[in-house]
Design a protein around this ligand. Structure first.
Ligand SMILES: NC(=O)c1ccc[n+]([C@@H]2O[C@H](COP(=O)([O-])OP(=O)(O)OC[C@H]3O[C@@H](n4cnc5c(N)ncnc54)[C@H](OP(=O)(O)O)[C@@H]3O)[C@@H](O)[C@H]2O)c1
Length: 325
């Protein structure tokens, strides 16, 4: 679609030169070898056609681990390779990837080897953003950040980021990277109406450090939609065996809250998914909401959230009452 850039809003990532789409697409679920490759390809094309220029991966996305990167590489090579310079592609390392002491956490050994593997799987020369996927309580932060700095100097990533670091760890990581001469571009934390931890200090730290923020699971893995209000539908994430969302965790109490939020979204003329994304994007420092999807239509629905990002004080107060900070 030639008008793809007219449909999306791009937000500056912290105090960097990089802008990200307000809605980005993650490949954690539904892009592995166990999933339908045709649907996966359609979702990437639909996203890109709607101005979603940022695709978020990690070494372990699948299942099996690594297969989302392989499939993404295939999709790129099969028709999108000419658009590489119009895309921001990220990957990460930090969770268990291979056996032994060098396939997990935050050592220089693991991060360097893992990114080399990710690049091979995606058939790319470089990623735009490479993340430390989680803080490592045992490896000195100086080592993890120096590994990220080296990766940038080697040309294997243009920018670096961190995920799920608390405010103190974030400030330390940003300081070490600044001293090394490679700014920390972005933080990727979980954030949605039911999970507001970043409002208790992290957002302020990111502002102070000049870092951007991209919120993962903005729809609480699909719970912040109307899909579970009448049971667990077939094919949904909660219906999957060994999936990342356990139906048992979607309590009656949660569904009562979802139902109230759904009524409010309807009054606003939005789907609940759209309202939940608009709510995440209400912060000035929020660069992007990082959605997942199982169908192309969900991506179109989610991207349309940008048509109404405004909340009245009364609406925000109702959401605070339903899900207090
Ligand atoms: N850094 C980290 O540690 C970390 C951890 C987790 C995730 N992430 C990143 O965040 C990304 C997003 O996570 P997520 O997939 O859990 O995000 P999410 O957006 O909270 O949930 C996505 C799910 O919500 C449903 N959905 C999406 N749009 C919808 C719409 N418009 N209407 C109705 N239902 C809709 C779909 O469920 P169904 O499948 O049921 O249709 C979809 O699979 C991941 O791909 C990954 O890149 C990062």
């Amino acid at each position: 679609m030639s008008n793809r850039y007219d449909q999306m809003t791009y937000r500056r990532c912290g105090r960097s030169g990089l802008k990200l789409p307000a809605i980005s697409l993650g490949l954690w679920n539904n892009f592995g070898h166990k999933d339908d490759f045709g649907v996966a390809r359609q979702m990437i094309h639909t996203a890109f056609d709607h101005g979603i220029t940022h695709f978020d991966l990690a070494n372990n996305y699948g299942p099996p681990a690594g297969s989302a990167e392989e499939n993404f590489g295939k999709i790129l090579a099969g028709g999108l390779a000419g658009y590489r310079d119009e895309m921001v592609i990220s990957s990460k390392a930090g969770y268990t990837m291979w056996p032994g002491p060098y396939g997990d956490w935050g050592s220089r050994k693991y991060l360097t080897a893992s990114l080399d593997q990710s690049l091979k799987r995606m058939k790319l020369d470089y990623v735009d953003i490479f993340y430390s996927h989680r803080p490592d309580p045992e490896t000195p932060i100086e080592e993890t950040m120096a590994a990220l700095d080296s990766i940038v100097r080697q040309g294997k990533a243009l920018y670096v980021g961190i995920s799920s670091y608390n405010p103190e760890q974030t400030a330390a990581a940003a300081r070490v990277l600044r001293e090394l001469g490679t700014p920390c571009l972005i933080h990727q934390p979980s954030y949605n109406i039911f999970n507001r931890w970043i409002e208790k200090g992290l957002l302020q730290t990111l502002d102070e450090q000049g870092m951007g923020c991209i919120a993962f699971c903005p729809l609480d893995q699909g719970v912040l939609t109307d899909k579970y209000l009448r049971g667990v539908p077939e094919g949904s994430r909660a219906a999957k065996e060994h999936g990342t969302l356990n139906a048992k965790n979607i309590s009656e109490d949660k569904l009562t809250k979802v139902s109230k939020l759904n009524a409010m979204a309807q009054e606003r003329g939005q789907s609940l998914a759209q309202m939940a994304l608009a709510w995440v994007l209400r912060h000035q420092g929020m660069t992007s909401a990082l959605i997942g999807a199982s169908k192309p239509e969900q991506i179109i629905d989610s991207a349309a959230s940008l048509q109404n990002l405004e909340f009245s004080a009364a609406e925000l107060a109702v959401i605070d009452e339903i899900s207090p900070l």
